[in-house]
Design a protein around this ligand. Structure first.
Ligand SMILES: [Mn+2]
Length: 294
């Protein structure tokens, strides 16, 4: 067994992950999974949550819809904990197990766009993709920064937004480390903030419509994108807009079931449900409770 795997040019990976991967048996299986905006290489990345998601699910196809690795931040300062290696390792392992992996680089990992059309370790790199659902709908898959220029009028907001966003993320990490110590579930601060700030709501709404209209012009039934870190489904005159969210604070994934039904998963909620079910099952099996019931 080699001690390192040559994953990408200039990028070596340990042969085994730090956090061992459980057996793929018993996972929730989907036809398709879309994730984006993981921002590996930044403190904002919720790596533990994503590892839990990857270890709990499986699919025939998986789309990585951009901003998976944050090259901008990595250039400034190297932040690369072992959990980030573990995520890359798990994705490559999925490819080796037979999952079709399509990687569509975003604006933060645009250095991979030059490799569009190539294949590394079973990962196909594309500029955009077209996905056919099980019930025959055609969806265009792209990161979504392609529309930033159209959003020029809102640039100032995006700029203010970035500084504010970085600050919020710091506050989000602090809040959740306190909540974790208190045994409370994960809570998304910016999810609440985004819905409270009127300008942000208008910006997001405008963006969603622009992307959906662009998809309509390409003659597809809908679009899947990421980029704005806001998981959402919207219907614009029959054109479906799906955003798979992010793994910085929302921790969402978009999935397609085997009948073509699409669903946005909120992973902190899925974990809370799983824990509640485990707790309920433990109580049923508890002899003290059975004695009380008798
Ligand atoms: Mn982006």
């Amino acid at each position: 067994m080699p001690s390192v795997i040559h994953a990408f040019p200039g990028f070596d990976l340990p042969a085994e992950p730090q956090v061992p991967e459980p057996s793929p048996e018993g996972r929730r299986r989907f036809r398709t999974i879309w994730i984006s905006d993981v921002h590996l290489g930044t403190r904002g990345c919720n790596a533990e949550m994503l590892i839990d998601f990857l270890d709990s699910t499986d699919s025939e196809t998986m789309y990585l819809v951009g901003d998976i690795i944050d090259g901008w931040r990595l250039k400034k300062k190297v932040y690369w904990p072992s959990t980030h290696n573990d995520i890359v390792w798990r994705i490559l392992k999925r490819a080796r197990r037979g999952t079709r992996i399509v990687y569509i680089p975003g604006n933060h990992d645009e250095m991979f766009r030059q490799f569009a059309g190539m294949n590394f370790g079973g990962v196909e790199i594309r500029r955009a993709a077209f996905h056919q659902t099980a019930d025959g709908r055609k969806l265009m898959v792209l990161h979504g920064d392609e529309f930033d220029a159209v959003m020029l009028a809102h640039r100032w907001l995006a700029f203010v937004g970035d500084a504010l966003y970085t600050m919020l993320m710091g506050l989000n990490r602090w809040t959740n480390s306190v909540r974790r110590k208190l045994g409370l579930p994960y809570w998304s601060l910016s999810k609440m903030a985004k819905h409270k700030v009127k300008n942000a709501v208008e910006f997001i709404s405008h963006y969603e419509e622009i992307v959906a209209r662009a998809a309509a012009a390409r003659g597809v039934d809908g679009v899947v994108c990421g980029h704005i870190h806001t998981a959402e489904f919207r219907d614009f005159d029959g054109i479906e807009y799906w955003n798979d969210g992010d793994w910085v604070e929302g921790c969402n994934a978009l999935v397609e079931h085997f009948d073509g039904t699409m669903e946005i998963l909120n992973w902190p909620e899925e974990i809370a449900r799983r824990n509640a079910e485990a707790e309920a099952a433990a109580q049923v099996g508890d002899p003290a409770n059975m004695a009380a019931a008798a």
